[in-house]
Write a protein that binds this ligand. Structure first.
Ligand SMILES: Cc1cc2nc3c(=O)[nH]c(=O)nc-3n(C[C@H](O)[C@H](O)[C@H](O)COP(=O)(O)OP(=O)(O)OC[C@H]3O[C@@H](n4cnc5c(N)ncnc54)[C@H](O)[C@@H]3O)c2cc1C
Length: 225
């Protein structure tokens, strides 16, 4: 059985899916061909795995400097198998997120924003803020433009998501800082945080549903049309 397409994009790396989103928006039936793995170099071998390993190295480095920051973390031993397992998990999540995104091409701007928020909320539990900003945002920006979403609005949503990621277990950076500063066990802090996390997610849902909450002030001040 043969199928006709208006356009064929070769390679599902950084460039391919974003181009597909643009072509889809133009109403062109597009085929995406990938010979290896979804995500290309960035997701599978480049940006994501390397920055995840750097994230582990940074956490270990900071823990070893605990005395300088006023806490004792005990003897720090590196479990390379666990470091690699974490890296593989993050790569897998990124591939799944990308697969879900490609599968949902043709989404409305609201559907796209909901998908992006779910991806960031899930990754925020495992990846640090800098990695998400440097790696994921450039991948998503072409689709943001193609869907006609205001980049200022998108930026605010991303910052909000990253803020939630800082307090979501198991790797929320602020949870560790709080535990070190207050000497309260991590588990106790996490138990107390759920209410805060739920209210932040509710606020995020309001921002997604009502973009005017974000864009009203920049518009009034003349920064946006
Ligand atoms: C170690 C490392 C770290 C990096 N860190 C960063 C970083 O932190 N931030 C950043 O912005 N960039 C980083 N980069 C660069 C980034 O990975 C690349 O710029 C980006 O992946 C390029 O995207 P692309 O879509 O052009 O190509 P690719 O991601 O390479 O995708 C091309 C895809 O096309 C497929 N393909 C090729 N030929 C065919 C064919 N004939 N048929 C079917 N499929 C085909 C390939 O399998 C591949 O999946 C890093 C790169 C490396 C190597």
């Amino acid at each position: 059985m043969s199928e006709r397409f208006d356009a064929v994009v070769i390679g599902a790396g950084q460039a391919g899916p974003a181009l597909c989103a643009r072509l889809d928006r133009e109403g062109l039936k597009t085929a995406l061909i990938e010979r290896r793995r979804l995500g290309g170099t960035c997701v599978n071998d480049g940006c994501i795995p390397t920055k995840t390993l750097v994230g582990s190295a940074r956490a270990i480095h900071m823990a070893r400097r605990g005395a300088e920051y006023g806490f004792a973390a005990g003897e720090i031993r590196v479990d390379m198998a666990a470091v690699k397992q974490r890296k593989d998990g993050v790569v897998r999540q990124s591939q799944e997120g990308l697969a879900a995104w490609i599968g949902g091409l043709g989404l409305s701007p609201l559907g796209f924003l909901i998908a992006v928020n779910l991806l960031f909320l899930a990754l925020g539990c495992f990846i640090d803020a800098t990695t998400m900003l440097l790696v994921l945002v450039p991948v998503l920006l072409p689709s943001v433009a193609a869907l006609g979403i205001d980049p200022v609005y998108f930026g605010v949503l991303i910052v909000f998501n990253i803020t939630i990621g800082l307090v979501t277990p198991p790797y929320g950076l602020l949870l560790f800082v709080l535990a070190a500063l207050t000497k309260i066990p991590l588990g106790e802090i996490i138990r107390e945080c759920w209410g805060l996390i739920a209210s932040m997610i509710a606020a995020l849902a309001l921002l997604v549903a009502f973009p005017g909450l974000v864009l009203w002030l920049p518009r009034v001040l003349g920064y946006l049309k």
